[in-house]
Design a protein around this ligand. Structure first.
Ligand SMILES: [Zn+2]
Length: 215
């Protein structure tokens, strides 16, 4: 991935048009948060923590460097007339909520009804990651995955259902453990055709019915 540079040559933070802070600035910010939490950033166990946190950030937020349209660029037309639903179930993902930067851990179910073209199944998993590895709210992530697939593949319909646990709900605030949030985005035949919708929801265990469980 090429690194964008501003007119003045400063590195641009991926996903924005803002200059990217230096690693030193990011590590200093972590030291500040450690002090805010009541810690001494200079004690031995914490000395390398700012560096570890910034390294973890490059993985947790790597989605900003990924262009979802490129993931979906390669499709296959030689499908021997296959015209049934394609579903990828239980795509585990890790994301972070944009309100607290707390983990969102969940699974996505992605389905589509092809219109002559299909896409490699691993691409669907990478599409989920491209949006998960950002600061998110679950509703937007659900819509982004569905819309990207719909826009690039132009299938007859798309269905995306996400079930997730939100760290900001389980470890702070209301402290509700085990609560799973379920969101869904249904497009085309998945929205308009009751039997297509039923087939999809049944195949993924009907998490939207309230009977779904998280494991
Ligand atoms: Zn939150």
């Amino acid at each position: 991935m090429a690194v964008s540079k501003s007119a003045l040559g400063a590195e641009i933070a991926p996903g924005t048009d803002l200059p990217r802070p230096t690693r030193k600035e990011a590590e200093d910010a972590v030291r500040t948060l450690l002090r805010w939490a009541g810690e001494n950033p200079d004690r031995e166990g914490l000395r390398d923590t700012p560096q570890r946190v910034t390294t973890a950030y490059t993985e947790w937020f790597s989605g900003y460097k990924t262009d979802p349209t490129k993931i979906l660029a390669r499709t296959f037309e030689e499908v021997e007339g296959y015209d049934e639903m394609v579903i990828l179930r239980n795509v585990r993902f890790e994301s972070h909520c944009e309100h607290h930067m707390a983990p969102i851990i969940g699974k996505a179910h992605v389905g589509y009804l092809p219109d002559k073209r299909v896409i490699g199944i691993s691409k669907l998993a990478r599409l989920v990651d491209a949006y998960a590895k950002r600061l998110q709210i679950q509703e937007r992530m659900t819509a982004q995955i569905a819309n990207a697939l719909n826009d690039e593949l132009r299938p007859q319909g798309v269905g995306v259902v996400i079930e997730a646990l939100h760290g900001c709900m389980t470890t702070r605030g209301v402290h509700k453990n085990g609560l799973t949030m379920v969101t869904s985005q249904l497009i085309g035949a998945f929205r308009d055709d009751a039997s297509t919708r039923r087939e999809f929801l049944a195949a993924i265990g009907n998490p939207t019915s309230g009977a779904g469980h998280f494991d």
